[in-house]
Design a binder for this molecule. Structure first.
Ligand code: ASP
Length: 334
């Protein structure tokens, strides 16, 4: 039978307490609370890795996790599950995806209702995540996010609701599959993989600025301290005309990525021609995020810069990772 390693990082799924819940349960306690797990026959080992709210996880935590996951796969684990706070899953799962080149399933899950509440969803999500991590059907798909019996690609999934149990959605393309009678059923597959080497020796600071109505660009002044910037722009990649000169200056010094703040769809390349349009900004050196939403674009830019990518490699990587297939001339061997 397959062997799955569960890494517990904290989050609502592990939170209890009388004066407001906080991370308390160990990974052992989490897994022990899952009804029906023993009947699956899947061998489960647990690692109590962190006990933090999702909000306090750091790039250093995730680099250490990627190393620990890689070590377990090298030791022969068939699959890995990460349990953590849902607040940051859309970012951490994509970071894990970028740092996981192997075929084994790597699955992130969490819970929206903590263990003290009626209808807590943690045990069901852990069971579905373990079944997915143990399944040959989930191989070669990189990192997956499994909650509410849906299987999402880490690169596409977004947290779309503050409290709903079905908060995780993939607006571009829908979920890859569903969990039916305890088995993952994959309906769609992603063709391309986009792994970036992990290099924690190169800590980088990458910012995200959301452009807003009537924006005077005051926040861009802080970008002087950044190694890279993502701009969450209007619509298909538009900003107010007055923001063009400061963004062009920044793009001459650091990679500046142009994403859409709308939550779904791709940035465009060649449709609009006014000052502050996508054509104008790309001509001035900004890099289009394609289908990657601003949070994913920031994670990718961080991973690329931490791996030592220069501006051309960043642009090449976004052309691939921001496309609908994730296929093309990737800067590292696949
Ligand atoms: N509400 C969050 C969760 O679902 C809290 C956190 O991310 O730690 O886990």
């Amino acid at each position: 039978m397959p062997d799955v390693v569960v890494f517990g990082l904290g989050g609502t799924i592990a939170m209890t307490g009388d004066a407001g819940v906080a991370p308390a349960l160990s990974a052992e306690q989490l897994v022990a609370a899952v009804p029906g797990l023993a009947a699956t026959g899947i061998g489960v080992e647990v690692v109590d890795f962190r006990r933090k709210p999702g909000a306090s996880l750091s790039f250093a935590d995730l680099a250490a996790l990627s190393d620990a996951v890689a070590a377990r796969f090298a030791d022969g684990a068939d699959g890995v599950v990460v349990t953590q706070g849902t607040d940051t899953i859309e970012e951490t799962a994509y970071l894990l995806d970028l740092h996981h080149a192997g075929p084994q399933p790597l699955v992130v899950t969490g819970a929206m209702r903590n263990p003290t509440l009626a209808g807590a969803d943690g045990p069901a999500n852990v069971l579905a995540a373990i079944a997915t991590a143990a399944s040959p059907a989930a191989r070669d798909l990189g990192c997956l996010v499994v909650l509410a019996d849906e299987v999402h690609a880490a690169r596409r999934v977004r947290k779309t609701h503050s409290t709903s149990g079905s908060t995780f959605q993939s607006p571009n393309g829908g979920p890859l599959g569903v969990v039916v009678e305890g088995e993952p059923r994959l309906l769609n597959r992603l063709p391309g993989r986009t792994a970036v080497p992990v290099d924690p020796r190169l800590p980088k600071r990458v910012g995200l600025v959301t452009v807003t109505f009537g924006d005077d660009g005051a926040l861009l002044a802080a970008a002087d301290r950044l190694d890279g910037l993502v701009v969450a722009a209007f619509g298909v990649g538009h900003v107010p005309e007055d923001l063009v000169p400061p963004l062009a200056d920044l793009a001459a010094r650091i990679p500046v990525v142009l994403a859409s703040r709308t939550g779904a769809g791709s940035t465009l390349r060649s449709t609009y021609g006014f000052p502050g349009s996508e054509r104008d900004l790309l001509d001035r050196g900004l890099i289009g995020a394609g289908f990657l939403d601003p949070l994913k674009a920031r994670v990718l830019l961080h991973a690329l810069l931490a791996a030592g990518a220069d501006r051309d490699a960043v642009a090449a990587a976004f052309a691939v990772a921001g496309s609908e297939t994730g296929q093309g001339a990737w800067p590292w061997p696949g």
